[in-house]
Design a binder for this molecule. Structure first.
Ligand code: NAD
Length: 249
């Protein structure tokens, strides 16, 4: 498949370029020039986006502001307007599918402690994909907005849409950076290994459904997301578990 990746220069973009390039032709889209081949385009600029996706089969849309503490101005520009422009250009170009980097923060307001990366352990819930949005932040709300536009384009404009509610994936392939910190419980619940990330996105490229919601976390013993629907609809069965890192001597 010929796949476009927006935000290809970012953290997840790097992991996916490496993990998907054996089986697919990758066209990278970046905000600034890179050491690797890329098309430089600001996704919030509708005119600049016009024509960008011609000839692509699918788009993995990662570009945006990933900060739960980000400002409204940044969320509006990079996440809401940017995602709308990605969908609109996908429709125009006849791209069959958009795989969207959504977030746990669309629902984590339900379980949030003092801030978006803290888990209130007294809330013993197991959230499901169709539980209503409960964003933890302007950021979470911006991603929920992206999912809603995705549903619109899937239902009415022929662009398949997969909303990947990603957990937490950092520069190290481990949840241990948060040990002893207020964010430890959150990271034990939300950890996503690189291997599980790549598997989930491979599955998303394969699935043939108009609109799909999915949790993209590892098989964490302390998860707060019910993975059964994701297992079934996406065929994604994560293999890693944050708890195994904590068990090591
Ligand atoms: N890392 C995580 O744990 C995590 C969790 C849930 C969701 N996500 C989502 O996954 C995506 C990638 O996250 P990441 O951790 O790789 O972040 P990142 O900041 O490393 O990558 C995002 C990239 O998007 C690009 N970008 C931002 N605004 C843009 C614009 N207007 N036009 C073009 N490019 C733009 C940036 O240059 C950056 O390289 C984000 O959308 C983020 O919200 C990440």
């Amino acid at each position: 498949m010929k796949i476009g990746i927006t935000g290809a220069e970012g953290r997840i973009g790097g992991y996916l370029r490496a993990g998907l390039s054996v089986a697919h032709q990758i066209n990278s889209f970046t905000l600034t020039g890179q050491q690797f081949d890329s098309t430089v385009v600001d996704i919030s600029d509708a005119d600049a986006m016009n024509g960008a996706f011609s000839g692509l089969d699918a788009v993995i849309h990662l570009a945006g502001d990933p900060s739960p503490a980000g400002s409204w101005e940044s969320m509006l520009k990079n996440n809401i307007i940017g995602t709308f422009n990605v969908l609109e250009e996908s429709r125009r170009a006849g791209v069959r599918k958009v795989v969207f980097a959504s977030t746990n923060h669309t629902q984590h307001g339900e379980t949030m402690g003092a801030s978006p990366e803290i888990l209130d352990m007294s809330k013993r819930v197991m959230l499901r994909l169709n539980d209503y949005f409960n964003p933890s932040s302007i950021y979470g709300a911006s991603k929920a907005t992206g999912e809603i536009y995705g549903r619109l384009f899937a239902r009415h404009h022929g662009v398949q849409f997969v909303a990947m509610r990603i957990g937490a994936i950092g520069d190290e392939d481990s949840p241990l950076r948060s040990v002893g910190k207020p964010s430890e419980d959150y990271n034990r619940a939300m950890f996503l290994s690189r291997r599980d990330l790549v598997t989930a996105f491979k599955k998303a490229l394969e699935v043939d459904r108009d609109f799909t919601l999915a949790y993209v976390i590892s098989n964490n013993g302390r998860r707060i997301f019910d993975m059964r629907e994701t297992n079934e609809t996406l065929g994604f069965y994560p293999e890693d578990d944050a708890e195994t890192f904590f068990e090591k001597p």
